[in-house]
Design a protein around this ligand. Structure first.
Ligand SMILES: [Zn+2]
Length: 270
């Protein structure tokens, strides 16, 4: 039986003090649903982000699966999304999840530093809704920007959390491939565990460069040394301070194999 994987995306990096991002701005960027999205995902060079393309390619190379296009939207970095757009997005997603389920897995491509004019954690709201709709045992894997502002609502809803490990960001496709590999591991072994620790610091943009010799690069390499055995992924997210939200700040997020939640918590807190 082919595995059915719901494809979801919402990508907006929010500066609290910039003008509101409207539905029209998403329409100018990317906002595709259903058959239109399905067609776009099948293109050689789709408009969706490279993480999604990498995920699709790796799944098609290694799994017997069908992508089920739900909705993917992206806008240029800007101010908070207008509340009506985001509420519509969530309601529309719920209808699509109910109409097109059941699913064997969900893939989410998200920036993770979105705001709406009514909500400081729309990503958390969306991820929670998806978890509620698909149930506790369906793996939900997400690829997020290194500048995502991570909340517990986001990580508690996910089965695997994969953030970019480069800045400037050059590894989106590789992280999509990685997410596909984690999804298949979780299918074989059972749903994974995601642990999140928020550090009491907000690093400035000038401290977020990743290249040899920088502190952030040394931290990233230290994190990767722990990826083996029970640990599937270590993500170190600097966050996006200009979102000016309660969930801003540096986050350590660890994804472990099924049954290894304690190892994930221990490493994240280390
Ligand atoms: Zn970024």
């Amino acid at each position: 039986m082919k595995k059915r994987v719901g494809m979801v995306g919402v990508f907006l990096e929010c500066n609290r003090f910039s003008p509101v991002t409207t539905a029209a701005m998403f329409a100018q960027g990317l906002d595709l649903t259903g058959a239109e999205l399905q067609e776009e995902l099948a293109q050689m060079a789709p408009l969706t982000l490279p993480d999604t393309h990498g995920f699709m390619q790796e799944m098609s190379r290694t799994a017997n699966w069908d992508p089920v296009a739900l909705r993917m939207a992206a806008a240029q970095p800007g101010g908070p999304a207008e509340a009506a757009f985001f509420e519509d997005f969530v309601q529309d997603m719920e209808l699509r999840l109910k109409a097109q389920g059941p699913f064997d897995g969900i893939f989410i491509s998200s920036h993770g530093a979105a705001l709406s004019t009514a909500n400081d954690d729309p990503d958390g709201q969306l991820f929670t809704l998806i978890r509620r709709c698909v149930g506790p045992d369906v793996p939900i894997v997400a690829v997020l920007d290194l500048h995502c502002n991570v909340s517990d609502a986001m990580t508690e809803a996910l089965s695997a959390f994969v953030a970019y490990r480069t800045n400037p960001h050059t590894d989106l496709k590789a992280r999509g491939v990685e997410a596909a590999q984690h999804l298949q591991t979780l299918w074989h072994e059972g749903s994974g565990a995601v642990a999140h620790v928020k550090l009491p610091l907000v690093p400035p943009a000038t401290a977020q460069l990743l290249e040899p010799g920088t502190v952030y690069q040394a931290l990233m390499e230290e994190g990767q040394r722990h990826v083996a055995g029970a640990i599937l992924n270590v993500s170190l997210c600097a966050g996006f301070a200009l979102s000016d939200a309660p969930k801003c700040g540096f986050s350590v997020v660890v994804t472990a194999r099924h049954g290894c939640a304690e190892q994930a918590r221990a490493l994240a807190g280390q």
